[in-house]
Write a protein that binds this ligand. Structure first.
Ligand code: CUA
Length: 335
């Protein structure tokens, strides 16, 4: 970067604050409280910083002048003792700290107050390196499982119960709410009240192993009607493909190695170790945000998972080109 380019760095950094993974572009009631608190802290701390720096510059200038004067040993600087300036400083510090304490208290209270009793119940479990997501069906009361893509109804509170299957992870969708750790052997509760529809990106925020950076979460905030339709579709078992190539893919997936670790509801695939694939093709990405959903991505992931996400539990599944084609066609048809 050239010297002139360096001046642009803060602007570029600020540009990163407006996107789909930013606590400064709030799209949820909880994130809005945190964002307000952030700007309050920024204002108070920025003001104090400028005052301290200004005081330092004045003291340096005065010191220089005084040294010039006291070069004459006959004149000694007068000892001023605790002055009015000191009292003003103490008052400023107390006011600043009190503002921060009150602001922080109010932000936490607003977040706690957002809790609703009729919240939608969702469980999210962290795995190395993906997210198991379960919705409680409000009608039947049973749990509906999916993975790596969280849908939230706009304007309604969703209570997420966070857990972990292995190591400590951290659930963070910065546009919607604060982050919260996912700790093995313990459940944490987090409320999400989205206020703006759209796609957002969540990210595991606690180092959890080699592929921590590849533990992302697609989050879609949609109207309650669209959400109900989506949840209804997720509750249904997979439909058998009509297309003969996809049907061959289904035989490979549900009768072979894939079925040991993955569930495709309505078929013989009932493995619980990996993500549920029942509606895999309807998702936006592959391998927890690692690749954008496409047939090429699915084929690449099945053939070379250890090249794309080294250390993950997904083993390479050697398939002939025709079989790889059939498998990817079937998986993308799982809408
Ligand atoms: Cu899971 Cu970092």
């Amino acid at each position: 970067m050239t010297r002139r380019g360096l001046w642009l760095a803060p602007l570029l950094a600020l540009g990163g604050c407006s996107g789909m993974q930013s606590p400064l572009a709030p799209a949820g009631a909880q994130a809005a409280s945190i964002s307000t608190l952030f700007w309050l802290m920024m204002a108070v701390c920025g003001f104090m910083y400028l005052l301290v720096m200004g005081g330092l510059v004045i003291a340096m200038l005065r010191g220089r002048r005084r040294r010039a004067v006291t070069a004459d040993p006959a004149i000694s600087p007068k000892d001023s003792g605790p002055s009015r300036t000191l009292l003003v400083w103490v008052a400023l510090i107390v006011t600043g700290l009190t503002t921060l304490i009150v602001g922080s208290f109010l932000a936490e209270r607003t977040i706690a107050k957002a809790r609703a009793h009729d919240a939608l119940e969702v469980r999210v479990t962290g795995h190395q390196w993906w997210w198991r997501i379960q919705y409680r069906d409000p009608v039947s009361g049973r749990w509906i499982e999916t993975a790596n893509e969280l849908h939230l109804p706009l304007g309604r509170t969703t209570r997420v119960t966070l857990g972990s299957a292995d190591v400590v992870h951290s659930f963070w969708v910065p546009n919607v709410a604060q982050k919260l750790d996912m700790i093995p052997g313990r459940l944490n509760l987090l409320d999400l009240t989205p206020t703006r529809a759209g796609w957002y990106r969540g990210q595991c925020a606690e180092f959890c192993g080699a592929q921590h950076a590849h533990m992302a979460l697609d989050v879609k905030v949609e109207s309650p009607q669209a959400f109900d339709a989506w949840l209804g579709a997720q509750a249904r078992p997979a439909t058998a493909p009509a297309d003969p190539v996809a049907a061959r893919g289904m035989a490979i997936v549900t009768g072979g190695a894939c079925a040991m670790c993955h569930v495709v509801r309505g078929t013989a695939a009932i493995g619980k170790a990996g993500p549920d694939l029942t509606h895999f093709g309807a998702r936006r990405s592959v391998a927890a945000g690692t690749l954008t959903m496409s047939r090429g991505a699915v084929q690449g992931w099945v053939a070379q998972p250890q090249a794309l996400k080294p250390g993950s539990m997904m083993p390479a599944v050697p398939l002939s080109p025709a079989d790889a084609d059939a498998v990817s066609r079937y998986l993308l048809e799982l809408k």
